[in-house]
Design a binder for this molecule. Sequence first.
Ligand code: SF4
Length: 495
Amino acid sequence: MERIIYVQFDQLNVAAGAMKLANKATDHIVLVESQRMLADRKWHKQRLLFLLSSARHFAKQLTDSGWDVSYLKSATTIDGLVEMKQKHPECEVLCATPNSFRLKESLADFGVTFVENDFFLTSTDTFTRWASAQKTFTMENFYRAQRRRLAILMDGNEPVGGSWNYDAENRLPPPKVHDWGQPVYFNFDDIDEQVISELPANAWGEIDGKTWGTSRAEALTQMSHFFTNHFKEFGPFEDSMPGESWSAHHSLISPYLNNGMLLPSEVVAAALERYAHGDIPISSCEGFIRQIIGWREYINGMYWYLGQDYRANNQLQANRKLLPLFHEPDKTEMNCVRSVISDVKERGWTHHIPRLMVLSNLALVTGVSPQEFLDWMREVFIDAADWVMVPNVIGMATHADGGVLMTKPYAAGGAYISKMGQFCKACKYDPKKRTGDDACPYTTLYWDFLDRHSETFATNHRMFQQMGGLRRLSNLTEVKERAEFVLQGLNNGQI
Ligand code: SF4
């Protein structure tokens, strides 16, 4: 045996990372299930099932195709590697550069040799070159540079269709009547059943059917289902929150991209190939491509660029404990919140608008600690990863970095949720009201949030309009009294 190839649970692909360099005749493959990782948080059951079962399927796929594989259950990842090293002291341990600071540090300390992490389209060096030349880290600028660099949806030096971005066409609210189609569901196999039987007792959430595939074949089925059935209408309705469909026209492939079962290059190639048929509007194709080569790469790049300490930011001094409703959605009468958190409990997923404008907005305007909210987001979302959640939560969701990533906070009252979702009609609160017993908590807390941070936002030109609105508010004292009542009620499950 020549080398030990260590495959991490978010790098499950034979065509990338260390596997791409491995030699079936001489190398030994190792995967390690860290028992500490399983027990140290209140993970969503489906998140654990997805991660563990995907890794076990991958190990089996390798074994079946003739690789020499060890799948270890060890106290920690490093303990597993120590065990391998003791058996084969002469072997070098090789893996692709990890996707988190913590793992990178501990593997480097152990003496693992890193090879290129090509689970992203942008190397850390390429991103650093871009970021170092910026005054502000505007994602749109990065995205345009990516389009040019990767020559995707380009017509010479100009964007295909004449515009870089079709967001203006992609903000349709859910229509009264619309066929949202059906998502794909899968069947549990023996490996899935075995993982379910081993889940820790403190895990959260439900497993009622198999929403998330756990093998490369199922990941490909999901991708193909999207391109056949949902791609066309993805763009216009990507921000919609319909009451009758949890998935709308979203692709549902982020978990597979984030555990390596799908590679961004093959997803982009499949999107462009489908677009070439001629029946997909540019607004859908461009919107989708932006998620893959823009947002995803930008967030990963910023995670590394901003460094280890970025996650500790709390510039708005938000110190409230995580609200009980985040684990117990029945504890609130806010219909949007109850519905979105129930969705998360049911399947570990909801799309970017409920994440941002319902969940994160609530954490922001109530002043929940960004670090507590970050922990929760990492524990409950099927596609969560450190590199995804740290910039998204600290920068975008809670404005805890003081505007490094986003120049203004994503705070909103009930009007946005009312326009883009179908929750308010069945809610006991009224999105238009900011005071009174039936005032929408978002609407009340939005003004209270602006007032609490009026000094901070006074010099932010992007908040000029909002702060003007606050100054013109006739009943701020009443709003603040109601806000205090709402905050207390949210703490003890009475709102
Ligand atoms: Fe949510 Fe407010 Fe609408 Fe109720 S009224 S569903 S709390 S936005």
